[in-house]
Design a protein around this ligand. Structure first.
Ligand code: 2BA
Length: 109
């Protein structure tokens, strides 16, 4: 058995949820925060048999979009307060960041 851990953008949560449910997957999602952008995202935990991992990836890939986002980066030099101008840097976020890990034991007790 595998646990697929997928970090996706909040904007894709509903679509990913609907698509996973439609395909009969069991999952949990939790609110999470990206370390870099420090913005809310969503992390899905999907427990599946080994041969279903590709299907989960397929479903997530079809329901999560990559989007361009800008983040303000402050220059590294220490300027007097109010004088440093942040420069916006473009980053591509998503579709989904996926980790697949092996599950030693699964039980519903
Ligand atoms: P964030 O950490 O907020 O990162 C958002 C996007 O910013 C990333 O998109 C990437 O394009 C960019 N980025 C992240 N760290 C960067 C850095 N040190 N320098 C320059 N650009 C950087 P994604 O790669 O699609 O990641 C989306 C979210 O997935 C991340 O949100 C984070 O919550 C999670 N994630 C990504 N890689 C991860 C990893 N290796 N371990 C744990 N979580 C990860």
């Amino acid at each position: 058995m595998k646990l697929v851990i997928a970090v996706i953008q909040d904007k894709d949560r509903r679509r990913a949820t609907d698509a996973l449910l439609e395909k009969g997957f069991k999952f949990t999602n939790v609110a999470s925060t990206g370390g870099f952008l420090r913005e809310g995202n969503v992390t899905f935990f999907v427990g599946v048999e080994d041969d279903q991992v590709d299907k989960v990836m397929e479903v997530l890939s079809a329901s999560c979009k990559a989007r361009e986002q800008f983040v303000n980066v402050f220059p590294p030099t220490i300027e007097p307060i109010g004088t440093c101008i942040p420069s916006p840097v473009r980053v591509m976020v998503g579709g989904a960041t996926v980790f697949v890990i092996s599950v030693d034991k699964y039980a519903r007790i």
